[in-house]
Design a binder for this molecule. Structure first.
Ligand SMILES: [Zn+2]
Length: 261
């Protein structure tokens, strides 16, 4: 599943290819991906308009339109964008196509149709209404502390909650907890201020690194990262203890019993 760093890469790709280009028509190949929004509105506000700005919150990308409102893109399990010359035929998994005046098009791809595109009348209000937490790429220790205040649940489960912090997926949550030396099943109330500061700093650092590396989901980070060792029969890169596994929030969680307290 595309995680925050991949969605950030998609956004940068979109910025390079699709921003400020006149849209002449939109081809809705698969209406199913327009969950929640009517095709009519999407066509009405996209055609003869331009995308003028993008933003991202967690794994959601938003593209503001010059007409009114904008679009939300969610990439599901296998989403992506592809910018091509209009001489090139559509590919099998292209679900929505924006045709530009310059003779090129941008296809939104979703192989398994779990992706979603939606017309949003007001992006800022939408983000507020969804109560997304602060974005993981720019989270500060005080924001994390504030978001966890008054809650009492396992820290790993809290990190995966998009309303607490937006954009931390399963692998990155395990990586951050390992680097911060915190057990994933610790309760948030029991974490000290120092531990939360350490954790917030690690989350941000890992996300920045992943965006810079352009990491694909599942591809190993450099070998000193926990993600590379995070597998069945994997051992801790620091103390070589066999990693423990626990299901937390229905997700497989790996950690080191010795290094994480
Ligand atoms: Zn260890």
């Amino acid at each position: 599943m595309p995680e925050l760093p991949e969605v950030e890469a998609f956004r940068q790709y979109f910025n390079i290819h699709a921003l400020n280009k006149a849209i002449t028509s939109v081809n809705i190949v698969e209406e199913k991906i327009l969950k929640g929004s009517s095709a009519e509105k999407l066509l009405q506000f996209c055609q003869q308009a331009k995308f003028i700005q993008t933003s991202r919150r967690g794994k959601f990308m938003f593209a503001k339109l010059s007409s009114e409102g904008g679009l939300l893109f969610h990439f599901g399990m296998t989403g992506d964008f592809r910018y091509s010359n209009s001489n090139e035929k559509l590919h099998k998994h292209d679900r929505l196509v924006f045709n530009f005046k310059n003779g090129y098009y941008l296809a939104y791809i979703s192989q398994r149709k779990f992706g979603r595109v939606e017309y949003i009348a007001n992006i800022d209000e939408y983000i507020k209404s969804q109560r997304f937490g602060p974005d993981a790429l720019s989270i500060t220790p005080s924001e994390l502390q504030r978001q966890l205040q008054g809650r009492n649940r396992k820290i790993k489960s809290a990190l995966l909650d998009q309303k607490i912090i937006a954009g931390v997926g399963n692998l990155y949550a395990d990586e951050a907890l390992f680097q911060a030396q915190i057990r994933p099943d610790r309760l948030t109330k029991e974490l000290s201020a120092d531990e939360l500061i350490r954790l917030a700093k690690k989350i941000k650092k890992i996300m920045i690194h992943a965006v810079q590396q352009g990491n694909e989901y599942g591809e190993p980070f450099s070998s000193d990262y926990f993600i590379s060792f995070r597998k069945k029969d994997g051992c801790c890169p620091i103390c070589n203890t066999l990693l423990s596994r626990l299901p937390i929030a229905q997700r497989t969680t790996y950690f080191c019993e010795k290094c994480q307290k």
